[in-house]
Ligand binder design. Structure first.
Ligand code: CA
Length: 363
């Protein structure tokens, strides 16, 4: 795809046009003077994978287009320049100037990292944005990444995910014992508390692992993405809700040294482009998940069902214990957990008489 096609596919064409109009009004104007920079963006997603990969590609194309080519961003799929789970280190070291990934992959680098993607029974997409942009979350995230010479931006959200695909029915908590399940982040630690064996695999390796029996179950994203991977062909049961990822924020991380070297107008432009992608990606998932779910049910006969209430209750209790243990082990994780938890309580109180009351009233 060329740049214009990438922008159209990622829903960013209109954003590109309006930003370009602001930043480069005339081809010979001052906005087009100065050095022309070339950056690399590495990602944890298969190239052009719907939503995640196309969103990252769209971000690169948007920055290139809106800066009228003053900052050209070349985007790499997982494994093309570095493997999916080496994005953090590679951008930190300056192998690439930018990365698009998910913060919960980096819990081995910083215990608090998952708070800036998703924690079980945490914040939904609307609440994540509110906490990050207007509740102190982004400041904490930037403090956490600063020692790694990284500057993080929210850059996408999938909305509430699905609990995942299982090759056997989950009727009680006992059915989780011994289950080998692909589930990253803190959700995996919660599963381990209930006797399952969590594994973390990049998206591109899930299908084969489930097909070969190396794993018994997997969470990935939701119908739009899971259909694209064909997960319905290798597991029978599709469970909801995605307790483990209620509104995961995707991240654009930028090497601090590279960002500091940008002229201030390009810094502003990069920030605005990340914010645009953060919004547009959530719209894409919200618009497309139900069509994909209909296809899974009607064309592929997928068995879609909720996790039993007692299983969700056990997961919720184990999540609280896990989060408390993480907070007790690390001072920064404690600050992030306390901030997120206080914000969740406030958002929950308001949403009881706004979002939740409205959903019920709408019927
Ligand atoms: Ca997931």
């Amino acid at each position: 795809m060329n740049r214009r096609e990438i922008l159209r596919a990622s829903g960013l064409a209109a954003v590109a046009a309006s930003l370009a109009a602001c930043s480069a009004p005339e081809s010979k104007g001052p906005a087009n003077s100065g050095p022309r920079l070339q950056w690399k963006m590495i990602t944890s997603w298969p190239r052009d994978f719907p939503g995640l990969g196309t969103g990252a590609a769209g971000l690169g194309a948007l920055i290139t287009e809106a800066s009228a080519g003053r900052l050209t961003v070349k985007v790499y799929g997982a494994g093309e320049l570095v493997p999916a789970f080496e994005v953090f280190d590679a951008v930190s070291r300056g192998v690439a100037e930018m990365g698009h990934s998910a913060a919960y992959y980096w819990k081995g680098k910083a215990a608090a990292a998952p708070f800036f993607c998703a924690v079980p029974f945490g914040l939904n997409a609307q609440e994540m944005n509110a906490w990050l942009y207007d509740g102190g979350g982004l400041e904490l995230w930037r403090e956490l990444y600063a020692p790694f010479n990284l500057l993080p931006f929210p850059a996408g959200n999938t909305g509430v995910q699905m609990a995942g695909w299982f090759n056997r029915e989950i009727r009680s908590v006992r059915d989780l014992a011994g289950l080998k399940i692909r589930i990253p982040g803190i959700g995996g630690e919660v599963m381990a508390r209930l006797g399952a064996t969590p594994v973390n695999l990049p998206g591109a390796e899930i299908f084969t692992a489930l097909q070969s029996g190396a794993i018994d179950a997997t969470e990935w994203v939701g119908p739009y993405n899971d259909l694209a991977f064909g997960l319905h062909t290798v597991a029978k049961h599709y469970y909801y809700p995605g307790w483990q990822e209620p509104g995961p924020t995707l991240e654009c991380m930028i090497n601090q040294t590279a960002f500091a070297a940008l002229p201030t107008d390009l810094q502003t432009l990069v920030s605005a482009c990340c914010r645009a992608v953060n919004e547009v990606m959530l719209a894409e998932y919200t618009a497309r998940n139900q069509d994909a779910l209909d296809t899974l049910i009607r064309e592929h006969g997928v068995d879609v069902r909720p996790l039993p209430p007692d299983v969700l209750g056990a997961l919720r209790r184990a999540s609280e214990q896990t989060l408390e243990a993480i907070a007790a082990s690390d001072a920064m994780a404690r600050r992030c957990y306390d901030s997120m938890r206080a914000f969740r309580a406030k958002a929950q109180a308001w949403h009881r008489i706004s979002e939740e009351a409205f959903y019920q009233a709408r019927g």
